[in-house]
Design a protein around this ligand. Sequence first.
Ligand SMILES: N[C@@H](CCC(=O)N[C@@H](CS)C(=O)NCC(=O)O)C(=O)O
Length: 214
Amino acid sequence: MKLYTYPLTSNAIKVSLLLNYLQLSFTEVLIQLPKGEQYQAKFKQLNPNCSIPVLEDEGLIIWESNAILLHLQEKYGELRTPDQPMQKVQSMRWLCWQMGSWNKVVLPYAHQRVVVPYWGMKANESAIAEHADSLPKLAKILDTHLQGHRYLTGEDLDISDFSLAASLMFWQQAEIPVQDYPAILHWLSDLQASDWWQQSASQLDDCMRSDSLI
Ligand SMILES: N[C@@H](CCC(=O)N[C@@H](CS)C(=O)NCC(=O)O)C(=O)O
């Protein structure tokens, strides 16, 4: 299994979290986004969108990070039992919400305040401000839901947890304003305490310290 990735982005982090959770071994192929490697013809053949992450698994090429999570869960995770169809629907709902609503608002924080400075450039705060007004509404929806559930689809960890929590990996450093949403923080600290989260966080930390992502 090969993962084409640039580990410092939340769409890549969510895949790394799940791979570590499932304890799957894979070869990481670094696509240097700051050098524009995503536009090279060879990579474009894998993903015509010119974006990471891309998973190659036994000849199957999968792009779109949430589709990768779904594939890993279906092939290597515990399959959902047929008597829980609503859990699958709930999972899909949160995955759609993450990609369609949450990402647009939350992703710019870490990108502008962590990734861009790491590349030696100045954060563009207006890219954050463009959607920042929507954050309280979305955070409230997530927080209210989590008040009644340990994880997004109930008592069991789900791929939608990986998908949404990945974007909060750098929430303090990026000053993503979720500090007033106790259920989000509780859910996040539960995830952060796990071995697989710690493993992904420390792999990311090692990459950043070695300057291998520039
Ligand atoms: N919806 C896609 C988004 C992929 C995406 O935008 N990836 C970014 C990094 S998070 C990327 O590769 N950007 C490169 C570029 O835009 O040039 C997914 O979830 O996989």
